[in-house]
Design a protein around this ligand. Sequence first.
Ligand code: 6PG
Length: 624
Amino acid sequence: MVIIVYGVSGSGKSTIGKLLAEKLSVPFYDADDYHPKSNIEKMKSGDPLNDNDRKPWLQELSKLVSKKSCVLACSALKEKYRVTLSEGENNIHWVHLEGSFNLIAQRMLSRGNHFMKVEMLQSQFDTLEKSSYGLHIDVSQKPQEIIAEIIDNLKIENHMSKTSFGVIGLGVMGKSISLNIAEKGHTLSVYNRSTEGEENIVNDFIDACEFEHVKGFTDLKEFVDSIATPRKILMMIKAGPVVDYVLQELIPILSEGDTIIDGGNSHYQDTRRRHELLSSHNLHFIGSGVSGGEEGARRGPSIMPGGPKESYELVAPILESIAAKDINGNPCCRYIGPDGAGHFVKMIHNGIEYAEMELLAESYAVLQNQMSYPEMADLFDEWNNSEHASYLLEITRDILRNKDEGRYVLDLILDKAGNKGTGSWSSKAALDLGVANTMMADAVFARYISSYKSQRVALVANLGDTEKEEVDLDVETLSKAYKFVRLINHHQGFEVMRQASEAYDWSLDLSNIASIWTSGCIIRSAFMQEAISRYDIHDSLLDHEDILHELKELENAVQLVIAHSLITRTAVPVISSAYQYWIAMTTQRLPANMIQAQRDYFGAHTYKRVDKDESESFHTLWNG
Ligand code: 6PG
């Protein structure tokens, strides 16, 4: 929707137009700024402009207003000028500022350096063809009264006062983040489709919403039109093809320079592709990890934005205002890197999350025969008041205490773990990059094996009871092993990011990432706080002498936990995986010489020799 404020020179078009545009959060254009040089010269020399002079100027203005909602201040005295102005846009609201010759002449005299001389005012009055349509406003009123009258008369406030931000998708995360945004004072438009089963989502949200500056839409075009340009829109929708679908719908109705943020758990390669697509339409695209679940989204998530730095700058103030704060009060939202970097980092966050969760589940399994749930909760509570402190440990403690009608909820939950894919993506990405990211993969496989529930039950029924011992494990030993496994898990996760950064030329700042992960996200922990300075000094935890020696000291505890798990037949794939990685990484000569010999035997793949330069390759005629 376009509003053109017109009237003779000195009627206050620019002042009123600017105030109106500000009030409606739309751009303001002053037609005088678009005069060709020749017109300005002519006016300065005292010659009035003729219709031919005005034609290209009006056509230029017509193009300008056809692009987006705005307020234009323009003299537009003759009907045919107004017709030319409406060529590109027929939904124009005309506001004629009217006043007596004396009042306007006086105002012009007080303005001094305007290029329009007061002597020419009479010719303007003579030229003016009053319209029978649009609003006619008396300029003797105060500017604020004029604005109020325009808004009131055009009944445009609700339709036209543009919001500063948009959210697409009112799922659990979308709703929470919308409330967070509104709470920070940003005017907001929210959109959700109204297909079967989702008809009432928007209305219900708006009805329950305590903030008045939130508008709801089920029509995507109306939603887009309600946001001030350049628009900033956050998509909180399910990762996958639906993101492409929504982008295809959005592209034709957006304006150049708008920014779309994908806040879902999209695959980073999809984000790279989408970034290319949106750039080709001169749209900004930010692929952003958002962590913290429902509560985090509402109170302050950890945000990992990726894309061009200049695109991030456009949305930084709003994203940083809604993010969690670290211990120094800085937002847990900082620029991560180009194209898919933000989603890559979020994916690795989830991979670390998978292994952390599995480690806690394995600890619970190890302790199950020797402790009641409340005792275990007390132990985890103790741990949580130590260097082990983490959000995941805290919720595990709470879960162990939760009862439903006298029974532990945990005992009522079927032991089949679900997943939405980010854990397996991290593992695949590490495999592709050649990084030994063993723990995330084992955590994913542990979930897969858990899902073979009926096969597991059938196999147990077939085999009967298997021999196992019931021995207690010293909890101090478990505590040490817990620390060891977490160190290896964080090392592996950060190592994938380090290598991805090199492969994709992302210049990831690992210390910066650790600081974003100290608050708001699922893997926030006391160790993450320490990781900030660790990664500030070295790119690898294993490059820290003290960490290396600590791992060595903790090694015996891990051996004891694994030994205990073997005799009690407790599956501990992630604990084992961490230890296997450690043994291999600290073994000077691995049996990989045998692998090389086998490869060379059946496939003539050649091998390197310990006594020769690595640039040389050798082959043996093994059975010849
Ligand atoms: C977060 C979480 C969140 C969610 C994932 C993992 O950081 O807030 O990682 O993104 O938990 O969807 O889910 P799955 O365990 O189902 O793969």
